[in-house]
Structure formats: structure tokens, C-alpha cells
Design a protein. Structure first.
Length: 133
């Protein structure tokens, strides 16, 4: 697939030096009219020499969709990374709210004569902003 473009996906990595933004390069190992089949560049040899492994581990990437696993343009890949990080922050805020609210009620539950199966914990600023319709 020499004429098919490499694709890119950004992610974070945490190590002893801190958080790093890393770009993974994906190579095309197959193609249809509407999709590319890609693997990470360091696994290309394995994919090309083991069709069964390639079929089980490849990613299918649309040629035209706005949302993809990886992108032929690094700028688009960075935009996707930005959006994924925003979603990640939103989910983390919700998880933090649930943890804080439930931890605040645990002593009350443990002090009860009979431990309840259900105990309301209320809302905080974050969870009270949700629309429940």
C-alpha cells in the first residue's frame, strides 16, 4: 500500500519525567473503497507476515468520516486528541463527584444499626448541573 498515507493518533504517556504527548504512527495494511485497515508502525512486519494476527489486531479507519481512530493529517489527529482529553476531563469530574459524595456518607452508613442497601448521597455543584430528562 505504498500510495496509502500513514495515519497518526496522539495520546499521553506518564513516566518519571512527567506527562508527555506522544504521536503514534499507523501504517495501512489493507484498503477497501471506504476504509483503511491500519496497525501501529512498529507492528507492520508482524501484520504483513501473519494474516490471522493482522485481521485480529488491525483498526478499521473510515476514509471520509469526521471522527476516526487515527488521521492522515497530524493537525486533525491533534484536534481529535484535544476532544478526547475534554471528554476525559468531563468523565473524571463526574467520577470525582461520585467518589466525594459517597465517601462523605460512608461513616453514616457504617454507624447505622443495619447497613442499608441504598443510601442517598445528594448532589454537589457538578452533579446538580446535570439535566435528568
Amino acid at each position: 500500500m505504498s500510495n496509502a498515507p500513514d495515519h497518526f493518533r496522539y495520546r499521553t504517556r506518564l513516566d518519571e519525567d512527567g506527562v508527555h504527548i506522544v504521536c503514534d504512527r499507523y501504517v495501512v495494511i489493507g484498503e477497501t473503497e471506504h476504509f483503511y485497515y491500519v496497525v501501529r508502525h512498529d507492528l507492520e512486519y508482524l501484520a504483513r507476515h501473519s494474516p490471522a494476527w493482522a485481521k485480529a489486531n488491525r483498526k478499521r479507519v473510515s476514509k471520509t468520516s469526521g471522527k476516526r481512530y487515527c488521521y492522515p493529517d497530524k493537525r486533525d489527529a491533534l484536534g481529535s486528541f484535544r476532544q478526547r482529553q475534554k471528554y476525559r476531563m468531563s468523565h473524571a469530574k463526574t467520577a470525582m463527584s461520585q467518589a466525594q459524595l459517597s465517601l462523605a456518607q460512608l461513616d453514616t452508613m457504617l454507624d447505622a444499626e443495619q447497613i442499608p442497601d441504598f443510601h442517598p448521597c445528594g448532589h454537589d455543584d457538578h452533579t446538580s448541573s446535570f439535566v435528568w430528562e
